[in-house]
Design a binder for this molecule. Structure first.
Ligand SMILES: [Fe+2]
Length: 129
């Protein structure tokens, strides 16, 4: 039988982590936020690039015992793509090419660290045309 235990730290690293105050980030938040760069506005159906980098604000370790495992890209709640990383041999940076055909509120990048769980970064985007 398996037992479910409450976490002593109140759930940090268990759910999806998001900074409480984006204007006052802790070092832990700076290391883990998957900074997403994309145009503020795109034309429906036209391809554009989205770049995601973990450690852009403060370098994240890239060791076998502690590393970034993957980055997922979503448009609102819709999964679009994933990049998997190999510890030491790859750097947690990736570029996606996508075309949005319908209006969305935001792009989201989810980053997963093997020690510190999942972190999300959100960027509003306007789809025109
Ligand atoms: Fe980490």
């Amino acid at each position: 039988m398996c037992a479910v235990q409450a976490t002593a730290n109140g759930g940090l690293f268990v759910g999806v982590n998001e900074p409480a105050d984006p204007n006052n980030l802790s070092d832990l938040e700076k290391k883990h936020l998957p900074v997403l760069e994309a145009p503020d506005e795109v034309t429906a159906g036209e391809c554009f690039e989205v770049r995601v980098e973990v450690g852009k604000l403060l370098e994240h370790p890239n060791e076998h015992k502690h590393h970034v495992q993957f980055v997922d890209l979503y448009a609102d709640d819709t999964f679009l793509a994933r990049t998997d990383f190999t510890a030491v041999k790859t750097c947690p940076k990736t570029t996606f090419c996508l075309a949005l055909h319908e209006p969305v509120q935001e792009l989201r990048a989810y980053e997963h660290c093997n020690m510190h769980g999942t972190w999300v970064y959100r960027k509003p985007i306007n789809v025109t045309g």
